[in-house]
Design a protein around this ligand. Structure first.
Ligand SMILES: Nc1nc2c(ncn2[C@@H]2O[C@H](COP(=O)(O)OP(=O)(O)OP(=O)(O)O)[C@@H](O)[C@H]2O)c(=O)[nH]1
Ligand SMILES: [Mg+2]
Length: 210
């Protein structure tokens, strides 16, 4: 994917505030502080398009970013961090379930897990929702720069088992080394293309032929 432009569109908590239009959308989900915003920044070659933070729970809204004026990347609020206020925690579940079940533009969700941790209950819940709403998942294992080769192999087995996916389904990533960036784009591209089949062409498509 060649990223020519990327800009913030808006934040939302409920459908009335989601961006209008039918651009296909890929969302990024995972635990607080797992590295969602960092992954989006690396994908679009920007240091700070999406705000990153060492304070977990920083992103509490659904943030929409338009890329190349042809699709949208969505940074979803993280989950599972003990210090996040209770009201924020309570709001997360309906906000997320509404987005995943109602957003017609949604073509896939990148679920991000930390190479050093065993996936938590909310990660499993997320995969279950995706199955229930027929949203294809891309599972990214991030912060790979933090572990040795042996540790990576050990954790890969644990993560795949806990999530109930094949090891080959996992994409390995590091925001530091940028390992895995092209592979993740390839998987995103595939989902954006599947979504494009059967949809109407833009109004000016084929204008030269007519
Ligand atoms: N070493 C290393 N650090 C990373 C990597 N990805 C993210 N981080 C760090 O992890 C912290 C959290 O990153 P964010 O991208 O803000 O995480 P987030 O999932 O968006 O967090 P919330 O929005 O709070 O849910 C930051 O200090 C990042 O610099 C990575 O691949 N390797
Ligand atoms: Mg974030």
């Amino acid at each position: 994917m060649i990223v020519k432009s990327a800009h913030f569109v808006k934040s939302a908590t409920r459908p009335a505030h989601y961006p209008e239009g039918d651009l296909p959308e890929i969302a990024f989900a995972g635990r607080s502080n797992v590295g969602k915003s960092s992954l989006v920044n690396v994908l679009v070659n920007r240091k700070n398009l999406v705000r990153t933070s060492s304070t977990p729970g920083r992103t509490q809204l659904i943030n929409f970013f338009q890329v190349n004026d042809c699709f949208t990347l969505v940074d979803l609020p993280g989950y599972g961090y003990a210090k996040v206020p209770l009201e924020v925690k309570k709001a997360w579940r309906p906000m997320m379930e509404t987005y995943l079940s109602k957003r017609r533009n949604l073509r896939g969700v990148v679920l991000i897990v930390d190479i050093r941790r065993t996936p938590v209950e909310e990660d499993l819940q997320m995969l279950e929702w995706l199955r229930a709403y027929s949203v294809p998942p891309i599972v990214v294992v991030t912060k790979c720069d933090k572990v040795s080769k042996n540790e990576r192999a050990r954790q890969t087995a644990i993560i795949a088992e806990r999530l109930g996916v094949e090891k080959s389904e996992l994409s390995f990533f590091s925001a530091l080394s940028k390992e895995g960036k092209d592979g993740i784009w390839a998987r995103i591209d595939a989902l954006l293309e599947v979504g494009a089949e059967g949809t109407e062409q833009p109004e000016n498509a084929g204008i030269e032929a007519s």
